[in-house]
Design a protein around this ligand. Structure first.
Ligand code: FPP
Length: 232
């Protein structure tokens, strides 16, 4: 959800106003994604590296996340969304952790769009935490080293049980992965656009999906040759 700061700067507003506008865009986009029948939407709200931002910005983001988690608690009473948090939430305040757990529990049985909010999330940290859990199980003899394969490893990640993402959208002209779902995006299609996140709208989402639908996903194989062969 990149570009909140630049969006605010262009309007002579505070960074905080930019993040607030970004949070509103997320609410709109989640509703649109649900209507489109998208099953899972994962958003990068706070990375393991974002702690290095100025303390007042970190505080603003945490307060905003608090406020929106509360709003989602109210919203999800009326809609069918399941909200989950990925990342190491043990570093967040106890109050926020409790709110997050409540929201997750309240929405566990919902079968509409699943929104994963990545909070204190880092792809490398996700992999390391998975390694630690696997190592502990190996030490306890609950697991053998020979049991470790890609499917099993993926189950230990924060996204365990979920399919890998089909499409990753990065706004604001940035063309990096910035430590997002590193393992999970091995074959994800990437869509980059210049729009700043607060300006990203439903038409932009449709455009990203349309581009995705035109891609030929080969997963390293050669289905182009297969196609040529069957067409003679
Ligand atoms: C990147 O923009 C955005 C973030 C680091 C935070 C995204 C967080 C929100 C939209 C808050 C809401 C989250 C929830 C779950 C309600 P940037 O500040 O790096 O923008 P810039 O590159 O233009 O400075």
């Amino acid at each position: 959800m990149d570009g909140n700061g630049r969006w605010a700067k262009k309007r002579f507003l505070t960074k905080s106003a930019g993040h607030r506008a970004g949070a509103q865009t997320l609410r709109r986009l989640a509703n649109a994604a649900e209507k489109l029948g998208i099953k899972i939407l994962t958003v990068y709200a706070f990375s393991t590296e974002n702690w290095a931002r100025p303390q007042d910005e970190v505080n603003t983001l945490m307060n905003l996340i608090h406020e929106y988690i509360q709003q989602y608690i109210d919203d999800t009473k009326k809609n069918n969304m399941r909200i989950c948090v990925i990342g190491d939430i043990s570093k967040l305040t106890h109050e926020l952790q409790t709110k997050i757990r409540n929201l997750e529990d309240m929405t566990r049985q919902k079968h509409g769009l699943r929104v994963n909010i990545a909070l204190n999330y880092g792809g490398r940290d996700d992999i390391i935490r998975a390694c630690k859990k696997i190592s502990a199980n190996v030490s306890n003899d609950r697991l053998s080293v020979n049991d470790i394969d890609e499917t099993m490893f993926a189950a230990y990640l924060d996204t365990g049980g979920m399919p890998d993402p089909d499409l990753l959208i990065r706004t604001s002209g940035e063309m990096r992965i910035s430590n997002f779902l590193l393992w999970q995006t091995a074959y994800t299609e990437f869509y980059f656009c210049d729009k700043l996140w607060p300006d990203f709208n439903i038409n932009d989402l449709n455009e990203a999906i349309a581009q995705y639908q035109g891609r030929n996903r080969r997963y390293g194989a050669r289905n182009d040759i297969e196609k040529r062969d069957t067409n003679g």
